[in-house]
Design a protein around this ligand. Structure first.
Ligand code: ADP
Ligand code: MG
Length: 255
């Protein structure tokens, strides 16, 4: 007989809520549906990759989440709170969303530290501590007083990452953030970016058309095609059990 005393009232831990959840998003342009019934979640500390060929509707999906475009139907939740459906619409700057795009632009007339601190609130000391913490994480603490034109492309990218993470957004949206970079630097920058995202515990929705980038960075992949998510799961499972021949072919150019 089990003599251990069981506590009959101790509850199971609550499942951790999603940082971002989108439900049944749709978007038409001139009568053509480019996003069709897209649903997905991004969990705390995880990188979810929205992966699919050019033109399949990835950026349109991200733009609706960011609040710079509006869906025809469906809902968007951040930290469990509705930020947009067809009736309610929280403005982009109030959604606790960090953004990073290919054409990220640093403020050219501001120093690295000023760029990172741009969207921060709090006391001077708090801001300074946050700026230094992030610049340390991206390996650019020594460049604090430099200006963007004094940095390489890869370094500017790291400052942009620090700037986007600085206000501790609930979710980071990254749209093909590495596509402008030199092919030889990409893997190294992907790895160092992932390290920073993990150190920050960020919840990330990363858009890419490159399967190897998704395999390298994602905890979860949502495979998109013609406006729909056709398969979703762990990278290993998606790679090993593609849903059909088109998915298999899409992955086949990974070395
Ligand atoms: P992806 O980011 O996956 O390459 P997009 O979301 O940018 O794809 O585009 C999906 C489709 O929607 C494309 O065919 C594109 O031409 C079309 N599209 C995107 N934005 C607009 C717009 N503002 N007006 C009309 N068509 C658009
Ligand atoms: Mg795009």
């Amino acid at each position: 007989m089990n003599t251990q005393v069981q506590d009959p009232v101790s509850p199971k831990p609550m499942p951790e809520p999603a940082r971002l959840e989108i439900r049944n998003l749709r978007r038409n342009f001139q009568g053509r549906e480019v996003v069709s019934d897209v649903s997905l979640k991004v969990m705390p500390g995880q990188v979810t990759c929205l992966l699919g060929p050019s033109g399949c509707g990835k950026s349109t999906t991200l733009r609706m989440i960011a609040g710079v475009d509006m869906q025809d139907s469906g809902e968007i939740y951040v930290d469990g709170a509705l930020v947009c459906d067809t009736v309610h619409r929280v403005p982009p700057e109030a959604r606790s969303i960090g953004l990073m795009f290919q054409d990220f632009a640093l403020f050219p007339h501001l120093s690295v530290a000023q760029n990172v601190g741009f969207g921060l609130s709090g006391t001077r000391g708090e801001k300074q501590a946050r700026i230094e913490d992030l610049l340390e994480k991206v390996g650019l603490l020594s460049a604090l007083k430099k200006f963007p034109h004094e940095l390489s492309g890869g370094e500017q990218q790291r400052v942009a990452l620090a700037r986007a993470l600085a206000p501790r957004p609930s979710v980071m949206l990254m749209d093909e953030p590495f596509s402008g970079l030199d092919e030889r630097l990409k893997d190294e920058i992907r790895d160092s970016t992932l390290e920073v995202l993990k150190a920050e515990g960020a919840a990330v929705l990363l858009v890419t058309h490159e399967p190897d980038e998704a395999m390298r960075m994602a905890d979860e992949i949502a495979l998109m095609r013609d406006g729909r998510i056709v398969q979703q799961g762990a990278p290993y499972n998606i790679y090993n059990a593609p849903v059909d021949k088109r998915s298999a072919a899409f992955f086949s150019d990974i070395n």
